[in-house]
Design a protein around this ligand. Structure first.
Ligand SMILES: [Zn+2]
Length: 396
């Protein structure tokens, strides 16, 4: 069978490349996914999915097969912005092929994974979908700013109850069994307005924030090394202040913190740590986790809190073992097993809902969101092979 899978994928080489190029050529920044969802809906119908639906938020969900083992394959269709066109060596919206790589925005994060996985389902349909298997293919939206909000919505509102989830984010063809969590934290201090010519009558909120910023910088440097996810991190990504005019003392100052979590860290623990910093107590600062309104391209609103729990699968879990055997069977060697540094839809599937989840995808994580974004063609083909072998193994 492995020779057959390899031959099938090789003979679809051009089709896989073309599919990825078409996906790159449809711009799909977060909130603008309508056209690419429509395109993929047509592709799924052409492949012969049994059922294809777009939910209220705008996620595309296709089903094929009707067995008792329910596997969901996820790929998010949204990308970050292109940025400055002149920084790109290749047009980011063309999907240009050079030196066995496909270049462009989304090539690795993560239209490559979608192209490989969709072709894998198409090929498996030709080989024969195993009786025991149901595959849900989810093209999810709005992942980049609020990963997992899409899947939280899907799990609360759809008929689908998967036994396992396969994420197709870039993993450099290794099996990913977890990721760090993250929390958005805001710290707000209050000041007192006075005329800019009489600053001593007022209390400047920006000056008041100063010691907090300094203590946070030290706090980051001294964060412990987590046995699974490496060094924890904290960084300030935004600072905002208010004042009644540009010649008045700032009466409030708010910073936004991106805090990445260790495997044992909880929301409460992390918030308490910040609240107990000496500078935060001295300034009587307010520490809170912001809530967001996710407004999708379909104008659908969904509320979430800025907490994205990390997750980790036990290496001896059946799903991890299935992925391992599929890889060994198909490629005749041991896979690399690791975790992601970035955050994925796994925060909802495994982190919040405890559905066994793994990841495998073409391309390198470190190229995501860069001006050099590309994916090796070899990876696209290998990922397709792996997905087919894995679906067969999972249905055994
Ligand atoms: Zn991604």
């Amino acid at each position: 069978m492995k020779g057959k899978i390899n031959k099938f994928v090789e003979s679809n080489r051009i089709e896989i490349i073309t599919l990825l190029q078409k996906l790159i050529q449809i711009p799909s920044t977060t909130g603008n996914e309508g056209e690419i969802i429509q395109f993929l809906e047509n592709e799924m119908k052409a492949i012969g999915f049994d059922e294809v639906n777009v939910d209220q938020m705008g996620n595309l969900i296709g089903r094929i097969g009707n067995g008792s083992r329910i596997l969901a394959i996820d790929g998010h269709v949204d990308t970050v912005e292109i940025g400055k066109q002149e920084y790109w060596k290749f047009d980011p919206l063309k999907g240009i092929e050079q030196n066995e790589n496909i270049h462009g925005r989304g090539a690795c994060d993560q239209k490559g994974g979608i192209a490989s996985a969709l072709m894998a389902v198409k090929i498996l349909k030709k080989i024969g979908i195993p009786d025991l298997l149901t595959i849900y293919f989810v093209a999810s939206v709005h992942e980049e700013p609020y990963e997992g909000a899409n899947w939280q919505f899907i799990l609360e509102n759809s008929e689908m109850h998967p036994n396992a989830v396969l994420l197709t984010e870039p993993s450099n063809l290794s099996i990913s069994i977890g990721q760090r969590g993250r929390i958005d934290i805001k710290i707000k201090v209050k000041g007192l307005s006075s005329h800019g010519a009489e600053p001593d009558i007022g209390i400047n909120a920006i000056f008041k924030m100063n010691p907090i910023i300094a203590e946070l910088e030290e706090f980051h440097k001294n964060m412990p090394i987590d046995p699974i996810f490496g060094k924890g991190s904290l960084t300030i990504t935004e600072i905002k202040s208010t004042s009644v005019s540009l010649n008045a003392v700032a009466d409030s100052c708010t910073i936004h913190i991106d805090r990445r979590l260790g495997s044992e860290e909880t929301l409460d623990k992390v918030i308490d740590e910040i609240r107990n910093l000496k500078s935060v107590i001295d300034a009587e600062a307010e520490v809170f986790v912001p809530e967001y309104e996710v407004k999708s391209y379909k104008n659908h609103s969904y509320g979430i809190i800025g907490f994205y729990p990390g997750w980790i699968m036990d290496k001896s879990h059946g799903l991890v073992l299935s992925a391992k055997s599929a890889f060994e069977y198909q490629f005749g060697k041991q896979p690399q097993i690791g975790t992601w540094r970035f955050s994925t839809n796994g925060v909802a599937t495994k982190g919040r809902n405890d559905i066994p989840t793994i990841g495998f995808g073409p391309g390198e994580e470190k190229l995501a969101h860069t001006y050099e974004e590309h994916v090796p063609i070899e990876h696209l083909l290998k990922a397709s092979e792996f997905y087919i072998a894995f679906m067969l193994e999972y249905a055994k």
